[in-house]
Ligand binder design. Structure first.
Ligand code: IE5
Length: 216
């Protein structure tokens, strides 16, 4: 190993099958085994406990147990609406470039089709801080990510004969592409300087949404 020590950019790793004549950074994505941007890995890992806690809500549990009812679905949608309204109002105040397709990321209006009385529902008063760009990015991660369950939920609600599923059908065939483009745009915005704030905001968004959903 000694003979490599002086070579610029070389890193000797005992037991490694990698040639040692290239900077190790070249291989990093392969070594990690994922070409996921670091910010997404961090978000997934560091929000996991809060994500898990939120998933213990009545609606998710009923879906998992196969005993979902229209009343449980309606309660969940009402709560989601009360959170999405103030969140989306804040999104509308931000000047997104067209690449973000900001109008496609507004979904509260879909719930109005499921719940005719939506306009009179209470709104969450204890929202995450959504003032800075990194804070918005963290909250977007949580609420864009939440659309990923839509197709599965739609099928389960249909099977249970529950008609209130416009929200979950949502952007339907656009869900995958919207999530992909969000991940790319997020990765382009994340820097070593703002990553911690993005992650902290995602954690806060999970916590505030959870507290609001559990509030009776
Ligand atoms: C309760 C709110 C609630 C929120 C706010 C929420 C947030 C996120 N859900 C994510 C992914 C998924 N979510 C579901 C299922 C449900 N999503 C829902 O909103 C409801 C209600 C579901 C199921 C009942 C599915 C099948 C996936 C894909 C497969 C997976 O990742 O496990 C991600 C992305 C994670 C990453 O890739 O970095 C985030 C941020 N999840 C919640 O349950």
């Amino acid at each position: 190993m000694g003979q490599l020590a002086g070579r610029p950019g070389s890193t000797f790793r005992p037991g490694s099958m990698l040639p040692t004549f290239l900077p190790i950074t070249v291989y990093r994505p392969m070594l990690v085994g994922l070409d996921k941007p670091l910010i997404l890995q961090r978000l997934r890992t560091e929000t996991q406990p809060y994500h898990r806690a939120l998933e213990q809500n009545e609606f998710n549990r009923a879906l998992a147990a196969g005993n979902i009812t229209e009343a449980i679905a309606a309660r969940f949608l009402a709560k989601l609406y009360g959170f999405l309204r103030p969140y989306e109002a804040r999104l509308r105040q931000h000047a997104f470039s067209p690449a973000w397709q900001p109008e496609r990321r507004q979904r509260a209006h879909l719930i109005e089709q499921d719940l005719p009385a939506a306009a009179h529902l209470p709104e969450c008063a204890d929202m995450p801080e959504l003032r800075t760009w990194p804070q918005l990015l963290g909250a977007l991660y949580v609420l864009e990510g939440s659309t990923l369950g839509g197709q599965v939920i739609t099928r389960q609600l249909a099977k249970a004969g529950i008609p209130t599923r416009t929200y979950f059908t949502g952007s339907a065939e656009h869900t995958g592409p919207l999530w992909k483009s969000f991940c790319q745009l997020l990765a382009a915005e994340a820097t070593p300087d703002n990553e911690a704030e993005i992650v902290q905001s995602a954690i806060q968004t999970f916590q505030k949404l959870h507290a609001w959903i559990e509030l009776r």
